[in-house]
Design a protein around this ligand. Structure first.
Ligand code: 5AD
Ligand code: SF4
Length: 482
């Protein structure tokens, strides 16, 4: 299968350059503020960002850290720092609780170090009830902002450093895309690239469309420019990020699709691997599969959230596919890209879900044979339609969750075994902290393999023989660099 080459129309300027310039001026000012602080402290001030949640938040934290480092802070592993920022997630209630717990625990650092500044941002702050709780019960928090105005962090930093007042700035929405500000990438060899922001799907359990706003696509020209720049800086692996990557480009008007963007990214000179996260099953086109099949440097891993295997529940979830359509799509993927792993997200305990509905979910897990699955207990999110429906008792949710988990683990183990003895390319990501003399690599299909080696192998790609399967990971050996 081949696809004709596609030329993008001239990229219209999209990044808000005026705002970027404005923020760069604030960054200069913050640099002077931080120098003053350093003079008072007699050392460089330290900063720490605590990131919760998904890849989007991880990417946002790289932007926040980029600003802090450019302003003259030094990063530290400890929360006992001169500036601590919590970048929060609110997708499930346990994420909220973890943030409140940690926030409570750092108050004693501030007692010891009154000049310490504490900030909180991200998805949780887009919910007024959380902001109210922080205003009332956490008086030592100096800065609160949300997802839509993250690009103004340099400005807020100045305000926080120049006054003792608490700064709270929250926006309901934004149509602006402000890139081109500093960013500190966590890994030298792999990087995330935002392709869309927000989500239009309104799955009835999900808070994301409310806290991240409407879907906005970045222009392909700007995305490709970023990919080229990253490659020139030594990045080998790119992860295209969006809540629903398959609907990429719909708001741009041109005839740009995710398939075309994916193809163009994979064809950028020097890109060794392109991953993407997350596709929605309802929008998964044949064109995307053709592009993946035609490009060995597109990851052999497709994360395809199922959520439920019951057509009735899927309808109530507003997922816009049926059990049969999902299975047919998974089969099509297995046929078009036989070496791809398929992983998924599953929610158990959605309002009105019955034992038989869970049987349907288990049936899909068995039939698709997921290589891995993140299974979540449904968590009620205020403001979403499902929060107003009759809830399933906790004990039942837990028992059904266990039932699904057992099958998911069984299936994942079986799938992992199939790789035994194969030789596949993988990039070494880090030194293994558990086993001395070992490093950890990730294959294109997302499988983790521990191999003998040292730090000099990090960021390099090797052919790896998969020797011993340990359920969800392997022990193996590099048999040559590629
Ligand atoms: N409860 C439980 N899980 C949820 N997810 C999203 N919202 C909820 C919720 N209210 C899960 C979905 C999604 C993943 C990122 O988080 O499975 O794919
Ligand atoms: Fe949430 Fe559904 Fe959007 Fe994913 S597609 S972010 S689950 S509303």
């Amino acid at each position: 299968m081949t696809m004709k080459n596609y030329t993008f129309s001239a990229p219209a300027e999209q990044t808000d350059r005026d705002e970027a310039a404005r923020q760069k001026a604030f960054l200069e000012r913050a640099r002077r503020d931080v120098d003053d602080l350093a003079a008072r402290l007699g050392r460089r001030p330290t900063c720490h960002i605590n990131t919760f949640g998904c890849q989007m938040n991880a990417k946002d934290s790289e932007k926040l850290l980029g600003i802090l480092l450019a302003a003259g802070y030094e990063e530290t592993e400890s929360e006992d720092a001169d500036l601590v920022l919590f970048n929060t997630c609110t997708v499930r209630d346990n994420a909220d609780q973890r943030v409140f717990g940690r926030l409570g625990r750092i108050s004693h650092y501030k007692k010891k170090n009154p000049a310490m500044k504490i900030g909180i941002c991200g998805c949780m702050m887009q919910e007024p009830s959380n902001v109210e709780r922080i205003r009332k019960s956490y008086p030592y928090v100096d800065l609160i902002f949300g997802t839509h105005n993250l690009f103004r962090f340099a400005e807020y930093l100045c305000e926080v450093l120049e006054s003792d007042k608490r700064i709270v700035e929250l926006w309901n929405a934004t149509d602006r895309i402000v890139e081109d500000l500093p960013s500190d990438r966590k890994y030298p060899y792999k990087a995330g690239v935002n392709i869309t922001f927000g989500c239009n799907n309104f799955c009835t359990y999900c808070i994301v469309p409310y806290v991240r706003g409407r879907e906005r696509s970045r222009r392909p020209g700007e995305i490709l420019e970023e990919v080229r720049t990253l490659v020139s800086q030594g990045v080998k692996e790119i992860m295209l990020l969006g809540q629903n990557v398959n609907s990429y480009g719909r708001d741009l008007g041109d005839d740009i699709t995710f398939a075309r963007l994916l193809k163009a990214c994979a064809e950028v000179e020097g890109v060794r691997l392109v991953r993407f996260m997350t596709p929605h099953p309802k929008d998964f086109s044949d064109e995307v599969l053709t592009v993946i099949a035609d490009h060995p440097n597109i990851s052999r891993h497709i994360h395809l959230p199922l959520q439920s295997g019951s057509t009735r529940v899927l309808k109530k979830m507003n997922r816009r596919y049926t059990k049969e359509q999902y299975i047919a799509l998974a089969e099509k993927i297995r046929k078009a890209v036989p070496d791809a792993s398929i992983t998924t997200d599953i929610i158990v305990g959605f309002p009105t879900e019955t034992h038989e509905d869970v049987d349907d979910t288990i049936d899909v897990v068995r039939r698709v044979g997921f290589d891995n699955a993140f299974t979540f207990i449904y968590s009620m999110r205020r403001g979403t339609p499902a929060a107003t429906w009759e809830q399933i008792p906790e004990e039942i949710k837990k028992a059904e969750f266990q039932r699904v988990l057992t099958v998911v683990q069984e299936t994942a183990r079986k799938q992992a075994e199939r790789l035994k003895g194969k030789i596949l390319p993988g990039m070494v990501e880090e030194v293994n902290s558990q086993t001395e003399g070992y490093v950890t690599a990730r294959l294109s299909c997302n499988m983790i393999v521990h191999i003998p080696g040292d730090a000099s192998m990090i960021g390099r790609i090797f052919n790896i023989r998969l020797d011993r399967c340990c359920g969800f990971y392997y022990f193996g050996e590099a048999v040559g660099e590629i």
